[in-house]
Design a protein around this ligand. Structure first.
Ligand code: G6P
Ligand code: MG
Length: 217
């Protein structure tokens, strides 16, 4: 039985993946190289510092640890500028309806996001009213694909991992969910997210049947 749904935030409930992409692309441009949407897939679900390292690797650029902190800070200030302008309209299609369905059926709702900016996004978009708990990047030591963030969510919810279903748009996140012993539903392109137990393109028209898995949860 599914007793809780744990949602990744960026790219699952809201389209902030786009803002992360714009900010990283802007940083890459300043350093003199191009950063494509395909490159960006590798950054989804990955922590800020690790994302920067991947970006620098793509641009074949070497910098000191101190410069790394400055670059990450610069990217983040642009990103925060973008997300500060967000509102309810940026909740992805079908999400409000699905979260309302979960509320009515007494299924708990958590957000587990690697982002240290998750609180601002939840505030700006009004998603907070649906949530039982939030675990964000400020509360964990080990980033996805480590299962820590999902295990922490399960613990705070008081629901065993086998009764939790995770919704994720990133490969790192799907691996983390599986490592936590949870079922995982990919949100997005099934060719990229084939590791998930099932994949939905988005939440439009999705109802509680999505939580039925062959062999049960
Ligand atoms: C999410 C996003 C990543 C991002 C990470 C850290 O997992 O999918 O692309 O790098 O959060 O976000 P932050 O807001 O702390 O830089
Ligand atoms: Mg994501």
């Amino acid at each position: 039985v599914v007793k809780a749904c744990i949602f990744d935030l960026d790219g699952v409930l809201v389209d902030t993946a786009r803002y992360h992409y714009l900010a990283w692309k802007r940083l890459a441009k300043e350093m003199g190289f191009d950063f494509t949407e395909e490159d960006n897939e590798r950054l989804k679900g990955v922590s800020r510092m690790r994302s920067l390292e991947i970006l620098l690797d793509i641009g074949k650029i070497n910098v000191s640890e101190k410069q790394k902190l400055e670059l990450a800070e610069r990217k983040n200030s642009w990103y925060v500028e973008y997300i500060s302008k967000m509102n309810e309209s940026e909740i992805l299609p079908g999400v409000n309806d699905f979260l309302n369905l979960l509320r009515k059926s007494d299924i708990k709702i958590a957000v587990a996001s690697a982002s240290k900016n998750a609180k601002i996004i939840i505030e700006k978009t009004g998603l907070g009213k649906y949530l039982d708990i939030l675990v964000d990047g400020t509360q964990i030591q080990n980033a996805k694909p480590d299962p820590e963030i999902f295990l922490k969510a399960s613990q705070l919810l008081g629901v065993k991992p086998e009764n939790c279903v995770v919704f994720e748009d990133s490969i790192a996140g799907i691996k983390a969910a599986k490592a936590a012993g949870m079922k995982c539903i990919g949100v997005g392109d099934s060719e990229k997210l084939w590791m998930a137990d099932k994949v939905i393109p988005d939440f439009l028209g999705v109802d509680l049947k999505v939580l039925d898995f062959e062999g049960g949860v």
